[in-house]
Design a protein around this ligand. Structure first.
Ligand code: SF4
Length: 389
C-alpha cells in the first residue's frame, strides 16, 4: 500500500523499543510525548475519548523503563516563538507569503511531492518532534555530560508520518546521528504497556522532567485543527501590538469546517489567516491559491481530519463522536493552564536567555529550523501568478 503523503506506513518499532528498555546497554532512554496522545491513549484502557491521561502516560513510560520523559509541548511553544517571529519578519521585509505551517510531516510530503513550487512558502521551522529531538541530542545531552550517541530518543506520536520524518537526512546531527531514534504511535505505546502488564488506569500520575517538560495551554492545542494558528496568533499579536489579544479563545479557527478563514486586526494590518485540514480540502485550497483566488498571510495545514487528534496512530475508536470528545479534552487542558501563551513559558524564556539568545538567531536556525527538497516526479509547473505576486 502506498500513501502519497507518507502518513500511513506500517513500520512498528514496538519490539525494538521493548528490547531496548530491557537491555539498555549503558544508553539513556529519553521519551517525548506529543500533544494529541494524552487525550486518546485512555481509550485503549477502557476510558472515554477525550479523557485526559497526561500524568498516567508519563507514569507508564517510567514504569516501562524510560529514564527521562520530556513533553513535545515544550517545543510546540518554541515553534510558536520561531514561527511567529518568522511570520512577522516575512510581513515586514517582503518575504514569501502566504507562509505555511510546517509541523505536519504528511503536509510537508505533499508539498515536496505535489506542490514543489510552494516550498518557499513553508515555514523553515522543524516540527515540534524535530525540534525536541534536536534539543535532546545537541543541547540537553551536553549539559548532562552524556555523549549524544549514548542517548536514545523515543517519540510517542499520534502520527504514522512522523516515522517517515524521523529518517529525513535534514534531521541528523552534524556527526550523522539520527536525532529521533524511534517513533511509536499512541496505539503502539498502549500495546507496549499491555505487553508489560502495566495497569494503566490505576497508575499514580507522574510529571515530566524539566526543563524540556514545561509547557503552556498554547502548546497543547497543537493537537486540534486550528491550534497552531490560535497559538501563533496569541503570541504574534502580543509581540506586534504590545498588548494581549482581546480574547485568547479565538473561535473562528476552531471546529471541524474543512477550510476556515479569518481576518485579525493587527493594528493597521488586516492579517488574513486560513486553517485547512484533510487532504481533499488541502487540494481544493491549493488549486484556488494557484489560480490567485485566495490570499492569506498565514495558513495552517493538517493532513488528518480534526488535526492530530484524528491521526493514523491514535486508537481506533468505536464511538462516532470520538473526535469531538478528543478536541474538547484538548481545549479543557488549555483552559485549565494558568499560562496559555507560548512566550510566557518560563523554561522557553530561559532557553533563549541562556542559549538561543533570540528567535531566528544563528543557533536557532541551526537546531530548530530545516529545509525541504523538491521530490516531485515531473518538472514542476510554474505558478499562475498568485494573490501576492
Ligand atoms: Fe501526523 Fe496527521 Fe498530525 Fe499531520 S495531522 S502531524 S499526519 S497526525
Amino acid at each position: 500500500f502506498y500513501c502519497p503523503v507518507g502518513a500511513i506506513t506500517e513500520n512498528s518499532q514496538v519490539r525494538e523499543v521493548s528490547n531496548l528498555l530491557k537491555n539498555k546497554n549503558g544508553k539513556t532512554i529519553v521519551f517525548q510525548t506529543a500533544p494529541a496522545t494524552r487525550v486518546a491513549i485512555s481509550e485503549e484502557f477502557g476510558m472515554e475519548p477525550g479523557d485526559i491521561s497526561t500524568g498516567k502516560m508519563v507514569a507508564a513510560i517510567r514504569k516501562l523503563g524510560g529514564d527521562v520523559v520530556f513533553d513535545t509541548n515544550f517545543t510546540a511553544d518554541l515553534t510558536i516563538m520561531e514561527e511567529g517571529s518568522e511570520l512577522l519578519d516575512r510581513i515586514k521585509n517582503g518575504g514569501t507569503l502566504p507562509m505555511f505551517t510546517s509541523c505536519c510531516p504528511g503536509w510537508i510530503n505533499l508539498v515536496e511531492k505535489d506542490y514543489p513550487d510552494f516550498i518557499p512558502n513553508l515555514s523553515s521551522c522543524r516540527s515540534p518532534q524535530g525540534m525536541m529531538s534536536s534539543l535532546i541530542k545537541n543541547y540537553w545531552a551536553e549539559r548532562m555530560g552524556i555523549k549524544p550517541e549514548d542517548v536514545v530518543v523515543v517519540s510517542i506520536m499520534p502520527c504514522t508520518a512522523k516515522k517517515d520524518e524521523a529518517v529525513r537526512d535534514q534531521l541528523k546531527t552534524e556527526q550523522g546521528l539520527q536525532e529521533t531514534d524511534y517513533v511509536l504511535t499512541t496505539r503502539e505505546l498502549a500495546k507496549l504497556i499491555k505487553l508489560n502488564k502495566v495497569k494503566f488506569a490505576s497508575l499514580k500520575e507522574s510529571e515530566y522532567n524539566n526543563p524540556l517538560g514545561e509547557s503552556t495551554g498554547a502548546a497543547v492545542i497543537f493537537g486540534n485543527t486550528g491550534g497552531v494558528m490560535e497559538a501563533a496568533l496569541r503570541t504574534a499579536y502580543e509581540i506586534a501590538l504590545e498588548k494581549p489579544m482581546p480574547t485568547l479563545n479565538y473561535t473562528p479557527v476552531r471546529g471541524f469546517k474543512g477550510i476556515k478563514e479569518a481576518t485579525v486586526d493587527f493594528g493597521g494590518i488586516d492579517l488574513k489567516v486560513a486553517v485547512i485540514h484533510q487532504a481533499s480540502n488541502i487540494h481544493e485550497y491549493m488549486e484556488k491559491l494557484k489560480n490567485g483566488e485566495v490570499g492569506h498571510h498565514f495558513v495552517e495545514f493538517m493532513i488528518c481530519k480534526g488535526g492530530c487528534i484524528g491521526g493514523g496512530g491514535e486508537p481506533k475508536s468505536k464511538t462516532s463522536d470520538y473526535l469531538e470528545k478528543r478536541m474538547k479534552g484538548i481545549y479543557k487542558i488549555d483552559d485549565d493552564f494558568k499560562i496559555r501563551k507560548s512566550h510566557e513559558n518560563e523554561a522557553v524564556k530561559q532557553i533563549y536567555e541562556q542559549f538561543f539568545e533570540h528567535p531566528l538567531s544563528h543557533k536557532s536556525h541551526h537546531l530548530l529550523h530545516t529545509h525541504y527538497k523538491d521530490r516531485s516526479e515531473k518538472t514542476s509547473q510554474p505558478v499562475k501568478g498568485g494573490f501576492w505576486t
